[in-house]
Design a protein around this ligand. Structure first.
Ligand code: PHE
Length: 354
């Protein structure tokens, strides 16, 4: 019995994993294990022999069982220790550096516009970039064969062969949103519509995609005087300084009368400064909404009137932030974006407080 005890206790102590331990348990105290077989021999013994052998065998069985249990716990602890050592993480390590993104000047100026006009009571209305020719032209009093259609260098969308519906266009201006806003909400109305527009044109001041913000105000007695006040108020807030405007008579099919608006600026060594000097820079087209346009939007021209304007967002971004080449806006050059981009915390406020 001592031999058995020695044999199993040392084997258990040496067992390297739970599988080996289970093997030993079967060999020693399993149904056909050595200790179990010895217990079966008790029946053949004399009562005296049995009196000493019985308790000794039971004690041996208990001893082996508790050695097995203790070793099992020890193996589990060791496995956990090994896992903890292996999966150790230094949570105090600094994170890998990540470059911070920035807000594109167009997004920044877009927000500045909606903030300033919003403060003047204008709500934002947006329309689709792919438009029907009706919204982009006809409803705006630009009939077929009108020179304005050709002048806009329009991108026409493809139609499958045999599909004879009129081709859609990439909108050439944000003015179609005037019609959509009138149809959606009727008069009175005060909306601005920032968005992307498209024309087939490319040089230092033109890109095939650019941004405009459309303004529309319709009520019983809105006049050009209101237009002038709204625009001067806007430019002064936007540039953070009093800006004079100059209205030049012009022509758009969708406004009557029409005016192009210049803002006061100075030119020094090739740089423009807005709000000083005696130079002028054209920044938008505007006018009183043409009665045909009101009618197309479902608004009665006998009862309502108003102004509309369309301004280049990219253009006023270039002026305010001194960005020389429009094409660079859309090149996605990270060096340019880091230089001209804005931190996300530079939230636009009224009165040019950037
Ligand atoms: N849609 C005109 C353009 O793109 C601008 C404009 C808008 C003019 C509203 C008058 C009124 O040039």
């Amino acid at each position: 019995m001592d031999d058995l005890k020695q044999k199993y206790l040392s084997a258990i102590a040496d067992a390297s994993d739970e599988g080996a331990l289970e093997e030993l348990r079967l060999q020693a105290v399993g149904k056909k294990g050595e200790v179990s077989l010895k217990m079966r021999e008790l029946g053949k013994m004399t009562p005296e022999e049995r009196q000493t052998a019985g308790p000794a065998l039971n004690a041996l069985k208990d001893e082996i069982n508790s050695a097995l249990a203790a070793k099992k716990v020890a193996l589990e602890d060791a496995a956990l220790d090994a896992r903890l050592r292996e999966e150790w993480l230094d949570v105090t390590l600094p994170v890998r550096p990540q470059r911070q993104g920035s807000i594109h000047p167009v997004s920044q100026v877009w927000e500045e516009c909606t903030t300033i006009f919003g403060d003047m009571g204008f709500a934002v209305a947006e329309g689709p970039q792919v438009e029907t020719t009706w919204y982009n032209f006809d409803a705006l009093n630009i009939p077929d064969h009108h020179p304005a259609r050709a002048e806009m260098d329009t991108f026409y969308m493809h139609r499958a062969e045999g599909d004879d519906r009129p081709q859609n266009v990439l909108r050439t201006h944000t003015s179609p949103v005037q019609i959509r806003s009138m149809q959606a909400q009727g008069a009175p109305i005060r909306t601005i519509s920032p968005g992307r527009v498209y024309r087939a044109d490319y040089d230092q001041t033109h890109t095939p995609m650019f941004h405009q913000v459309e303004g529309l105000a319709i009520d019983r007695d809105i006049s050009m005087a209101n237009l002038k006040w709204v625009l001067e108020e806007f430019f002064s807030a936007y540039f953070g300084t009093k800006v004079k405007t100059r209205f030049r008579a012009s022509h758009f099919p969708f406004t009557e009368p029409s005016a192009e608006v210049d803002i006061q600026c100075s030119w020094e060594n090739g740089t423009v400064k807005v709000g000083e000097g005696d130079g002028w820079l054209e920044v938008l087209g505007s006018g009183m909404v043409h009665p045909h346009v009101l009618k197309a939007g479902g608004v009665d021209p006998a009862a309502w009137q108003g102004f509309a304007f369309g301004m280049g967002i990219d253009r006023i971004a270039m002026l305010k932030y001194g960005i020389p080449d429009l094409r660079a806006f859309f090149d996605s050059d990270l060096r340019w974006l880091r230089h001209y981009g804005f931190a996300s915390l530079q939230v636009p406020t009224l009165r040019g407080g950037i």
